[in-house]
Design a protein around this ligand. Sequence first.
Ligand code: ADP
Ligand code: MG
Ligand code: MG
Ligand code: MG
Ligand code: MG
Length: 443
Amino acid sequence: SSMTKEDVLQKAEELDVKFIRLQFTDILGVVKNVAITVDQLEEALEGEIMFDGSSIDGFTRIQESDMYLKPDFNTFTIFPWRPEAGGTVARLVCDVYNPNDEAFAGGPRNVLKKVLKEAEEMGYTMNVGPEPEFFLFEKTEDGRATIETHDQGGYFDLGPVDLGNDVRREIVLTLEKMGFEVEASHHEVAPGQHEIDFKYEEALRTADNIATFKFVVKSIANQYDVHATFMPKPIFGENGSGMHVHQSLFEGSENAFYDESDELGLSQTAKYYIGGLLKHAQALAAITNPTVNSYKRLVPGYEAPVYQAWSSANRSALIRIPSASGVGTRLELRNPDPTANPYLAIAVMLKAGLDGIKNEIEPPTEVVENIYDMTAEEKEELGIESLPVNINQAVQELLADEVIQDALGDHVLKHFVEAKQIEWDDYRTSVHQWELDNYLETF
Ligand code: ADP
Ligand code: MG
Ligand code: MG
Ligand code: MG
Ligand code: MG
C-alpha cells in the first residue's frame, strides 16, 4: 500500500493526532526526533520542515545546519502508548535532505536507498527478517540501570508473576498496534534475556522497523520501571544479544534464492550472494558489530558465530541456511547485533551479496561439522577464517575493503571511522576491572 499526502492528512484527522514526531537516525543509529504540531503537518509532508543539523551533538552526528526532513508517507504510525498525554502522537520516518534538494550523504536511510537502487538495477528487491535480542534489567530505587534480572528475584520478585514476560507481552501488543507482524516472542537463554521476531519485509521497511522496535522496547520497559538494553554482552559468562538477519533477493514475486533442482534448494544467485558475504565478512563486522562490547559476544561457547563459514546443518557457522524452501528460501547472517545502525547494516550486507553476484564469487564448500570442535589445522585446511577480534581490527578491515566503503560513501565512512577510533582509544587507554583483579595484588 502506498500512502499519499492526502491519506496521511485524513488519517491524522480521523485519529485526532495532535503531535507528530519526524523521525530519522544519525550515523551511529541513534533515533532522533523533531516534534511538530498537527498544524505543521501539511508543511512537513511537503518536505519543508527544516532543522539545525549542527544542533545534533556528538562527534559523528550530523554537523551540517539547515537540513530538511522529507517524510516517507508509508511510515505514518500512531504511538499507541501515549494517547492520554493530552493528544495522540504520531510519527513519520524521514529522509534528510540538503537545502539544494539533494539527499544528504550522511543520512543512513539515504545510504541504504542507494544500495537498494543498485539491487533494483540488477532486477532485485531485498527482503529482510531480523531476530533482535535484548535484556530487561532492574533499576535501582534512584532509577539507575543494573545488570540484575527479575528472573533471579530482587526488586521485581512479585510472586508468581514474571515481570519480564509481562513487559515483553506489552511490547508485542504495542508493536502489533503499530502494524508489526510479530512472528515469535520468547525468553532467551540468559537470565533476563528476550527475543522478539517480526515478519520479514522489504529491506527499507525492515530497517525502519528495527529502529522503531528498539525505541518501542525502551519506552515500554521504562513504563514498567525496567531497563531494556541492546548492549550485546552485558554479563560475562552468559549468552549475549545478537540480531540474526534473514535475507533473500526477489525478482518480482519470485524468490531469486530458490532453485528446486539444487540439493539445498539454493539458486546460483544465492550461492554467489553467500560468496560475497563471506568475502566481505571482516569489513562488514565494523558496521554489523560496531561497538567495543560487540566483540565480547563473538566468542566460542555462547551460540554466537566466530568463524567465517556457511552451513545448512549447524548453527556454529556465520551463515546458516534455514530449511524453508520456495518463498521462504533465505540465508541467515548470525553475527550482527542490535547496536548496529539497521540502515547501514542492511546496506553493507546487500552490497557484499551483490558484489558476490556481479563477480560470481563461489562460496567455499559448506561446513557440516561443528566448527568449534575442529582443530586449528582442520580449520586452516577448509579455509575457515575468524571474524575480527575487536572493533579496531574490524575498522582496519573496513578501511581495506573498497566495496564496503563504496556502499557507505565518503561522508558516512569518515564520520563512522573517526567515531570508532575515538571509542577504541578511550577503551584501550582505560584501566578495566579485569586488570585490577589480575594485577593489582600480583605485582
Ligand atoms: P531462527 O530459526 O533462526 O530462529 P526463524 O525461522 O524464526 O529463524 O525466522 C526468522 C525470520 O526469517 C523472520 O523474521 C521471518 O519473517 C524471516 N523470513 C522468512 N522468509 C524470509 C525470506 N524469504 N526472506 C527474508 N526473511 C525471511
Ligand atoms: Mg528466533
Ligand atoms: Mg526460530
Ligand atoms: Mg535468539
Ligand atoms: Mg536465528
